[in-house]
Design a protein around this ligand. Sequence first.
Ligand SMILES: [Zn+2]
Ligand SMILES: [Zn+2]
Length: 330
Amino acid sequence: MPSDFATDAEAGRWNYRPPEPVALNPLFAWPPKPLAAVRWYRAYWMALTTSTLTVAFAVFVFFAILPPLETMKEWNWDWVLRVYLANLVPHCVCAGLLHYWLYMREGQGSTFKFDARAQAVDNGTFSFRNQVKDNMFWTVASGITVWTAFQLPVYWAMANGWAPAFLFPEHPVWFVLMFPFLVIWSSFHFYWVHRALHIPWLYRIAHALHHRNVNVGPWSGISMHPVEHVLFFTNFLIHFVVPSHPIHVLFHGYMQATHPVFSHSGFDQLYVNDRERAKMGDFFHQLHHRYFECNYGTVEMPWDRWFGSFHDGSEMATAATRARKKRMHA
Ligand SMILES: [Zn+2]
Ligand SMILES: [Zn+2]
């Protein structure tokens, strides 16, 4: 860590900035750092994090809401509606509860809040002149609809044997490995889709809607233009190639769509009863929303480091990002 990180000017630009520079998944470090990689995965998968929560959702919804694959061989509204509810209900419960706790009840005040500002009201940038209503509208009307529309053909093809599906006891090792694999796949896919969305004409048509949110909140997670949703949810096409279980498809959806509810929450940690904490926020992506031309990917794959757009939260990185932005718009 550079010795001046704790005291540099960037610290003063945030209500809360994590005490260490943003770290990237050490699995891709060179020279290899196997111990650090083990610690990274242990922290993500062996504690209460958004990763374990999304696995829990996938297992619960598989048994409680999703119809059995056999019933999805023929199209009918009953199972289509259940797939839609399997996405709508967990997503809105998470975003709704989190928004209520953090922004309405102000349950933890501004503790661990990155940006001191409240969500925007009476602001013409947003649909309905209100950031939260704008975000809720685009999330539900476009986000959850397009998310469901991309999953439906996957289930239908799995049920008919046109997409490679397997049931749990057949391949237990692959069943488990598929979860971290999907996280890496989704990071890879997101980086390239997101880079494309920052091409100026596509940015204007589509991605600007998500970037209305400089100061993000839980409902900002998948508040996007329909064109962006269509690109964003092509991630599910992997299930036509890689053998998976319906639980993986559910998990993939929650990781792609509901995880952003937490990563856009605007808070680094969830803090209940003054002590119980869960890692929640994503300063890496918060920096993207404030400075735009940095951190296009996620911390799970170091694309931004490889292509020189990585912002670790330091003053130096802000200066580099501003210089790059100037060059891009020159
Ligand atoms: Zn962006
Ligand atoms: Zn975002």
